[in-house]
Design a protein around this ligand. Structure first.
Ligand code: RNT
Ligand code: ZN
Length: 411
């Protein structure tokens, strides 16, 4: 089937494929730099800690800022559309001695801004509250030790300044996501105190002066982490309450819920409360394992909610890290999968399906929901890729294989 024929078929159910192609082109997804080096960063060679872990030892990971930048650029050259890159504070660039997290400044990220301008991407940011000696007994902003709290508060403030710098330099608001691993392995005696200290520390961070239009803080909730199984300070209830009362955004990570919960179902309620929803698109397998996202039911359902409620109301960032496969392929595949699901969601006539829902015609609704899954979305995808100057099918992977041979395996 050609694109023209597919377009005609869609027109019969009230879908304008040209509009879908235009709309998809407008969605910028934030590509997480940390898939490129297993959440390593440029401060030490310690690797990730704090309830998150990477597994695998595939060759070729980026070891320097230059390597990470070129890998990102190469990945972006295989992904249609224009996107954002999501940096973590531990990816600061240090000449000689490493500047500690509480003293980071825009200077540590100037090379990233220079690169972003050249690569034509905008930047998002994250303070790094993990993989550091000042995570004391598993706690940062909620530590009972005021010196520890102060260190991390200063880190949070330093990062807000860096986010503001990104926004101003790149002329695009910068989302800055706060995720703290704080929690306990076994049942704590006091669940309230750490949450009160966490809220107080966050208040001290967000009290700093910053341009509210340029910097968009988000707060990420979590159910549990490895080694932090019994209690997480930043639970969902904590995050919803804090974010709603302080008028910042809550961030939903698809791996941070009980596995039988539907994250997609939460979005509409969040949207009503916050007006905007921030998202970490991830794939948990039995736990928050951060597998590369696939075109599965969970991703489809999330993409459908994003499309139905208006992509402009979402901050869509990817968050997974698989060290057992080619890391560039992991980026490209995940981004393209996300885009494919968004496109498929745009090619469903939600208005007519909603009418069926409201009239109680659940049989027709079910039948059509299923039949529409087999409409020729791939022709529209191919056309979108053609117009973006990217290949539509799996041949992008040939380029990755070549890059692996020529560049990655020589590291
Ligand atoms: C951890 C959170 C967090 C991190 C990144 C690296 O469980 O999902 O978002 O994955 O900040
Ligand atoms: Zn996350």
């Amino acid at each position: 089937m050609s694109y023209r024929e597919a377009s005609k078929k869609y027109a019969k159910i009230g879908i304008d494929t040209e509009k879908a192609i235009r709309d998809l082109g407008k969605i910028a997804i934030s590509l997480h730099c940390w898939q490129g080096d297993d959440v390593g960063g440029f401060e030490s060679t310690g690797g990730a800690s704090g309830g998150i872990a990477t597994t695998g030892n595939y060759p070729g990971k980026a070891r320097t800022p230059q390597e990470l930048m070129s890998d990102l650029e190469f990945a972006l050259s295989l992904i249609p559309g224009s996107h954002r890159v999501n940096l973590h504070a531990c990816y600061g660039i240090h000449e000689g001695k490493v500047t500690d997290r509480d003293k980071l400044s825009p200077a540590n990220f100037a090379p990233w801004v220079k690169w972003a301008k050249k690569a034509g991407v905008k930047l998002d940011f994250n303070p790094t509250f993990f993989s550091h000696g000042n995570v004391k007994d598993g706690l940062t902003l909620s530590s009972p030790d005021p010196k520890i709290r102060k260190f991390w508060i200063d880190h949070g403030i330093a990062c807000i300044k860096i986010a503001e710098y990104f926004a101003k330099e790149l002329k695009s608001p910068c989302a800055i996501n706060f995720w703290m691993p704080d929690g306990y392995k076994d049942e704590p005696s006091d669940r309230l105190g750490p949450r009160q200290r966490m809220a107080d520390s966050l208040d001290k961070i967000f009290k700093c002066k910053y341009d509210k239009k340029a910097v968009v803080p988000t707060l990420e909730s979590k159910l549990f982490g490895i080694g932090v199984e019994s209690y997480t300070v930043g639970s969902h209830e904590f995050v919803m309450g804090y974010a709603a009362t302080r008028k910042i955004l809550a961030l939903l990570d698809m791996g941070h819920f009980h596995l039988s919960e539907s994250v997609a179902d939460k979005i509409s309620a969040f949207l009503m409360t916050f007006g905007k929803v921030a998202f970490h698109i991830s794939r948990p397998v039995r736990w928050d394992s951060d597998h590369v996202i696939r075109q599965n039911d969970d991703l489809r359902a999330a993409a459908q909610e994003i499309v139905k409620m208006g992509p402009q109301n979402f901050i869509v960032a990817l968050d997974y890290f698989d060290a057992s496969i080619n890391r560039v392929a992991a980026w490209v595949l995940g981004m393209r999968n996300m885009q494919k699901e968004l496109l498929k969601a745009m090619l469903v006539p939600w208005k007519s399906l909603t009418k069926l829902q409201e009239s109680g015609d659940f049989t027709t609704q079910l039948v059509l929901q299923e039949e529409y899954k087999n409409y020729p979305a791939e022709e529209v995808w191919a056309e979108f890729c053609r117009r973006s100057g990217r290949v539509a099918d799996e041949s992008w992977f040939d380029a990755v294989r070549k890059y692996e041979k020529d560049v990655l395996l020589k590291r």
